[in-house]
Design a protein around this ligand. Structure first.
Ligand SMILES: C[S@@+](CC[C@H](N)C(=O)[O-])C[C@H]1O[C@@H](n2cnc3c(N)ncnc32)[C@H](O)[C@@H]1O
Length: 279
């Protein structure tokens, strides 16, 4: 995908991400909060957030640095930036602002105390250039922390529902190669650490974080819809008629049956918590 295609793709998905932001956060916090904690942000600091999406994490970061600190969330998608701006305004958060910019090539500003990203740094066509750009945006001694997905095979929450629904939706499912831009581009052993070292970062750590996506029996259809709307089949799912959508949901519920645990399904996932520092 070109940078423009990447931007257009996320622009088209922004409404679903905004609509499902609370559910997404409930699911992603198990991975994102450990990375945010590892950033050790303090009151008064100025924090850059990369690939901020609909703004839930920027609001959490803003609370951690208030009253004097602030957060600048950047995203390649103007529609995501608009969603994040709306969310921060309706939460009464005044120390978070949002800018539409490509984190890979754009001017991110300078001298941030810290940079954070939850699943927002795996989509770069040129990750070497992107991490050098992020490095440049930090002050000397500035910290970086992010969470990125581990290997696809360690993430049944993603591939089991997606494969089941793809058949029903007759959707073209292109799985990017291991180092091509996409959710799993930084999953390969050693890749994210070597990219960060190449960009000039030191004190690089990479730790596995595991958690589960929980689908509750009581809200199963809606939970599966969330999963499909914000996943790789989002556009095909949105475009399908109500009957086909229901068949897709039922097919997912059938496919995840092995993960049933009482009144819920627990779909395992695995991510990498990454920290580093600009010397
Ligand atoms: C998987 S979503 C994560 C959103 C948010 N961080 C969250 O956890 O809810 C990835 C986000 O990264 C953004 N993104 C993709 N490529 C980007 C780039 N080159 N520069 C900045 N943002 C980018 C997308 O627009 C999208 O909002």
């Amino acid at each position: 995908m070109s940078d423009r295609d990447e931007r257009d793709f996320w622009d088209r998905r922004a409404a679903a991400w905004e609509r499902r932001a609370d559910a997404l956060s409930a699911f992603s916090d198990g991975y994102g909060i450990p990375a945010m904690d590892a950033l050790h942000v303090e009151r008064g600091e100025v924090v850059l957030e990369l690939g901020c999406g609909p703004g839930t994490t920027a609001i959490e970061l803003a609370a951690r640095v208030m009253p004097d600190g602030r957060v600048v969330g950047v995203d390649i998608s103007p529609a995501m930036v608009a969603a994040a701006t709306r969310r921060a305004a309706s939460a009464g958060v005044s120390n978070a602002s949002f800018v539409a910019v490509d984190a890979q090539t754009g001017d991110l500003g300078e001298h941030f105390d810290a940079a954070y990203s939850r699943f927002g740094v795996m989509f770069f066509a040129d990750p070497t250039a992107a991490f050098a750009n992020i490095h440049r945006a930090l002050r000397p001694g500035g910290r970086f922390a992010s969470v990125v997905w581990g290997p696809l095979t360690d993430n049944p929450w993603m591939f089991v529902p997606t494969l089941a629904a793809a058949q029903v939706l007759e959707a073209d499912l292109t799985i990017p190669g291991p180092s091509e831009p996409g959710p799993f581009s930084l999953a390969e052993d050693g890749r994210v650490a070597s990219l960060l070292h190449e960009a000039g970062f030191v004190d690089v750590t990479v730790d596995i974080v595991t958690d589960s996506r929980i689908i509750l029996a009581a809200t199963a259809d809606d939970d599966v819809c969330t999963l499909l709307e914000v996943g790789p089949l989002g556009e095909a799912f949105d475009a399908a008629d109500a009957n086909i959508r229901q068949v897709a949901v039922d097919s997912v519920l059938g496919a995840i049956e092995p993960y049933r645990d009482g009144d819920a399904w627990r779909l395992p996932g695995s991510a990498l918590k990454v920290t580093a520092r600009r010397p």
